[in-house]
Design a protein around this ligand. Structure first.
Ligand code: SAH
Length: 216
């Protein structure tokens, strides 16, 4: 393995896992080619880090499959100037992808251990536009609301009301909603105060645990 191997693996990930499945947004593809996923995978091998599946990141949580990260990001239709809220920092990888495209990223994580670990990695990579806090993300992050995009990377029993309230006009919310072992990925848009909802696909995420999510 040499320094260039991760670049080759990332480009392979984009060409084999993302483009053939319909990820066509140039900004998303560029971010996926750039962010060093292997630094967020808790010491997994390079090959594993760029493979077509989710991986454990500690505390029983997972970093999503690359395709799911790309798909959810693409659903937000980011152009570059947005303020985005992520619920479920986990490894910090999704936050890095968002930070490559959006102007400001706010991310909330339930486990302080994960939040701190993600912060160290993101600081080391020089991301200056990501703010992380430990807490219950089902309540959103009111201080910096409203958000042009909100992405929830854990499965909810229903859409948490505070997240709807913290969505900006023309904003988009992407969230897995359903049972504990399988959900539907929902894309909710807010236009002129009205909400529309689209089902993107079936998916399986770890549970969103909190006041407006699953109870502990
Ligand atoms: N986006 C992450 C993957 C997240 S896995 C990445 O790129 O690696 C889902 C994460 O949601 C887990 O870390 C879990 O601890 C967190 N989580 C679950 N319920 C939460 C809540 N109410 N608020 C904040 N984070 C929560």
């Amino acid at each position: 393995m040499n320094e260039q191997d991760d670049v080759i693996l990332r480009n392979g990930m984009v060409e084999e896992q993302l483009i053939p499945r319909g990820i066509g947004d140039g900004k998303v593809l560029a971010a996926m080619r750039k962010a060093p996923r292997h630094l967020f995978t808790s010491g997994k091998s390079l090959e594993n880090s760029y493979a077509d599946y989710p991986l454990p990141v500690g505390e029983g949580q997972t970093i999503s499959q690359p395709y799911m990260v790309a798909l959810m990001t693409q659903c937000l239709e980011l152009k570059g100037g947005e303020k985005v809220l992520e619920i479920g920092t986990g490894s910090g990888y999704q936050a890095a992808i968002l930070a490559e495209i959006a102007k400001e990223v706010y991310s909330v994580e339930r486990y302080d251990t994960l939040a701190q670990k993600a912060q160290v990695i993101l600081d080391g990579l020089g991301y200056k536009n990501i703010k992380i806090r430990t807490g219950d993300g089902t309540e959103g992050w009111n201080e910096f609301a409203p958000y042009d995009g909100i992405i929830v990377t854990a499965g909810a029993p229903s859409v948490p009301e505070p997240l709807i309230e913290q969505l900006a006009e023309h904003g988009r919310l992407i969230i897995p909603v359903g049972g504990p072992f399988g959900q539907e990925l929902l894309l909710i848009r807010k236009n002129q105060g009205e909400f529309t909802q689209e089902i993107i696909c079936g998916c399986t995420f770890v549970p969103l645990v909190g006041k407006y999510g699953w109870q502990e």
